[in-house]
Design a protein around this ligand. Structure first.
Ligand code: NAD
Length: 362
């Protein structure tokens, strides 16, 4: 079967990483029909936007995409190209597996966590009122009129909406994911003791959803406690289910536990489309130097293969990546004991080593 997949090289170091990733994906023997789409800082002159409509149309048509990082150009009115992409395609679930591979330098070993973060709601909904504006004044007056606590007049305001609808679908996604991938436990994480009507709602709805999945254990932790638990006993957790803000913070914390940005894959998933990408950005200072680590994007490629139900190819690519990491020779500067290690290899060399490993294992 040939898979038609939207392929967005991205900008900054994106094209180098994407090319390396494309090569290892093809080396698995899976047949791809790449629908290459340009987006990001480099296309603004041509399209007047970093996210041209044909890119969105392509992902809508194909239902699946893999992308390199995209720079958010400053001063174009775009808060973030990546956030816009998630909104336009209603990619409400952010998936961040955090797995330790032997050979990655980290304070922790044997971590295999998955973070499921809600992508649209919460304090990231973008409903904000700038201090001193007429709108902020009206909001403050209204709020001071409907409850006892006084909001200072010189306040800025950010609104935190969390809905039953938004929570139900992210919770359902987390449980379905757990079932599909043999995970045993979901832990919902909020600050519901303080934010009863938003985080409290997130718990209440997640509990309801959990009842439909008696085969999967469900528990709850407050986010402050979870930060400590993750640092002390990360092996106690399996899938974490979080609203947007805590999910953003804990995703980076968990990525740090397993070795950092160079090995942190991700995906943004909705009911009609899924976009696979590394967690890191476009590292513009390294653009064109064939230097940065392609592992995170390649691991995102492993997630893509699983999503396409190419389980055997996904396993083979993951094993090849793990072998190259464990050997420690054909890895980029960030995975060497010292960043100026002269034996560090370039991006394309990592792809060569991974392909050799895939072929050796046949
Ligand atoms: P960044 O992730 O690009 O870089 C942060 C640090 O990590 C830098 O020191 C960089 O050199 C290093 N780094 C990043 N990726 C690496 C890799 N693969 N191998 C080795 N080292 C790596 O974050 P930033 O500098 O905050 O952002 C740069 C641009 O990327 C911004 O425009 C930002 O909006 C964008 N961004 C895009 C995405 C995305 O496309 N999903 C995500 C985050 C940031």
């Amino acid at each position: 079967m040939v898979h038609r997949v939207t392929f967005i090289p991205g900008d900054g170091v994106g094209p180098e990483l994407s090319e390396a990733t494309r090569r290892v994906l093809e080396a698995t023997g899976v047949q791809f029909d790449w629908d290459v789409q340009e987006a990001g800082a480099d296309v603004i002159d041509r399209y007047g936007t970093p996210l041209p409509e044909p890119v969105l149309e392509s992902i809508r048509a194909n239902g699946v995409a893999i992308k390199g990082p995209l720079t958010t150009p400053i001063g174009t009115g775009f808060r973030s190209v990546n956030v816009a992409l998630r909104k336009e395609l209603d990619l409400y679930a952010c998936l961040r597996p955090c797995k330790w591979y032997s050979g990655v330098r980290s304070r922790y070993e044997s971590i295999d966590l998955v973070i499921v973060r809600e992508n649209h709601e919460d304090l990231y909904a973008g409903i904000e009122f700038e201090q001193g504006t007429a709108e902020a004044k009206r909001v403050i007056e209204f709020l001071n009129g409907v409850q006892d606590k006084r909001i200072r007049e010189d306040s800025g305001i950010s609104i935190k909406p969390i809905s039953i609808t938004g929570t139900r679908r992210i919770a359902r996604y987390a449980f379905e994911y757990a079932r599909a991938y043999g995970r045993k436990k979901i832990t919902a994480v909020t600050k519901a003791n303080i934010m009863k009507h938003t985080d409290g709602l997130f718990y209440a709805v997640s509990r309801e959803v959990a009842k439909d999945y008696p085969d999967i254990e469900y528990d709850e932790y407050l986010v402050d406690n979870m930060c400590m638990q993750l640092v002390q006993k990360p092996e106690n957790f399996d899938v974490l289910l979080l609203p947007n803000l805590y999910g953003d913070i804990l995703s980076d914390l968990a990525a740090g536990l397993v070795g950092g940005l160079g090995v942190a894959p991700g995906a943004n998933i909705g009911d009609h489309a899924a976009v696979f990408e590394a967690t890191h950005g476009s590292a513009p200072k390294y653009k064109g130097q064939n230097k940065v680590n392609p592992m995170a994007m390649m691991l995102s490629g492993v997630l893509l293969l699983r999503h396409l139900d190419e389980v055997d190819a996904a396993d083979r690519l993951e094993r090849a990546l793990a072998a190259v990491i464990a050997e420690g020779r054909s890895v980029t500067y960030d995975m060497k004991p010292h960043r100026d290690d002269p034996t560090a290899v370039g991006t394309s060399h990592v792809a060569d080593a991974v392909i050799a490993e895939i072929e050796r294992a046949v």
